[in-house]
Design a protein around this ligand. Sequence first.
Ligand code: FMN
Length: 148
Amino acid sequence: MKARIVYASMTGNDADMAEILEEDLQDYGFEVETSEASFTDASDYLENDLCIFITYTYGEGKMTDDVADFYDQLKDLDLSGKYFAVMGSGDKMYADHFCENVFDFEKMFKEIGAKEITKAVTIENAPGDAAIAKIDNAAEEMSEKLNG
Ligand SMILES: Cc1cc2nc3c(=O)[nH]c(=O)nc-3n(C[C@H](O)[C@H](O)[C@H](O)COP(=O)(O)O)c2cc1C
């Protein structure tokens, strides 16, 4: 099974999440490729079974340019028949805007026909032990659903 992880990260927290998930999925036998959103074309998802997007949220929910560009590319795709997962790091200090961009992408993936494989994983700031456990559990669910 092929998994594609795309992430956006300003200060490294989401990059760390991507690395943790990549290692988990490799341990479960997935063929995984990971790259940063600003260096990736969303159409890369088309060659994969599992499409993953991991993002920060800045600016009280408003997307920064790198995230918005990727979102606009995604809009034009048809991901019917594929699974997706979204994750991200935010800060609860932003209350109603906590991890808002993660949920924007969750909605978009559904709109373009992909099926959510596990519920959105949101964490606060840098991934500590509890956050790592959440990512590990999500990876396990991905493996159960796709590898049987
Ligand atoms: C200017 C600024 C605005 C932010 N706005 C939000 C926000 O609206 N919602 C949220 O959940 N977190 C917000 N955050 C927190 C970041 O999303 C959080 O620190 C995250 O871990 C950063 O991820 P990164 O290290 O991958 O860049 C903001 C942080 C900064 C510095």
